[in-house]
Ligand binder design. Structure first.
Ligand SMILES: [Ca+2]
Length: 270
């Protein structure tokens, strides 16, 4: 199933490592691995480790034999790439390095996918996956660890495409740091901390960083009135700034407002 011009391995599934992994690949490397599956099957690879000198050393992926027409992407740097599935029964990887500076290199697990399998789509950073079956009809569900929010579809189903290939119906979602706040416009309005009047950390986790930007008509000023205010002193605080640039000096640092209905009016126009 598998041939390499740098390092030989064999089997229907297994791992490929760059030469010298994890102690560094040689300079001037030009290594090609060609994985050949049984006809009708595809090849699925999952990166377990990835570190090559950014912008100087590269791992090129080919959906087929290592020819220009099959070139798909060139990987470099220190971020573990997402899993990749070939569209046919051959998949190739080529490592090229320049004359200086090495890194750990890479390690990938490869497996032959039967036509009825969508393959393991992996788990995004800060993500959690429920479901371990990846065949047509199987469903998997994603969520994120506390403090992160899912961007994309949480439920993926392995389906058969119109071309007769088993694929996930949506791409794997990613997990973003949970943020809050908004841009506010109009003559007047209200806004609250997340979850208000319930505690803002409930459901949102700690380490919140919320920004509300209030924009008024040119020449107008903005009047703020607090109807309620309760933060954990001295760890949580609200900073109010005058102007739309986050770098402008603070007008006030409100650590605790003891009385309700406290009013603040900036001295400058919007
Ligand atoms: Ca290099």
């Amino acid at each position: 199933m598998f041939t390499s011009f740098c390092y030989m391995n064999s089997g229907w599934n297994g791992t490929i490592e760059s030469p010298g992994f994890p102690y560094g690949y040689p300079n001037g490397a030009n290594c090609t691995w060609v994985i050949v599956a049984e006809k009708g099957n595809r090849i699925h690879i999952v990166f377990q480790s990835f570190a090559v000198e950014e912008e100087y050393d590269f791992l090129s992926l080919y959906d087929g034999h290592p020819q220009p027409a099959n070139f798909r992407t060139r990987l470099t740097g220190f971020t573990i790439p997402p899993p990749v599935t070939s569209s046919d029964s051959i998949f190739s990887l080529r490592l090229t390095s320049d004359f200086a500076v090495s890194a750990h290199g890479f390690k990938v697990a490869y497996e032959e996918l039967r036509s009825s399998s969508c393959g393991n789509p992996g788990v995004p950073p800060k993500g959690i996956r429920n479901g371990t079956q990846f065949n047509v009809g199987d469903k998997i569900r994603y969520r994120c660890v506390t403090g992160y929010v899912l961007d994309g579809h949480s439920l993926l189903t392995c389906v058969t495409s119109t071309a007769g290939v088993s694929v996930w119906d949506f791409p794997v979602p990613i997990c973003r740091v949970k943020t809050c706040g908004s841009n506010l416009q109009g003559p007047s309005g209200t806004f609250t901390s997340p979850n208000f009047p319930i505690q803002y950390e409930k459901g949102y986790g700690n380490n919140l960083n919320c920004v509300w930007l209030i924009i008024s008509e040119p020449g107008s000023r903005i009047h703020l009135a607090f109807n309620d205010f309760d933060l954990e002193p001295p760890y949580d605080f609200l900073t109010i700034k005058d102007g739309d640039h986050w770098v402008t000096p603070s007008l006030w640092f409100v650590r605790k407002v003891s009385s309700k209905h406290r009013e603040l009016t900036p001295s400058h126009a919007n």
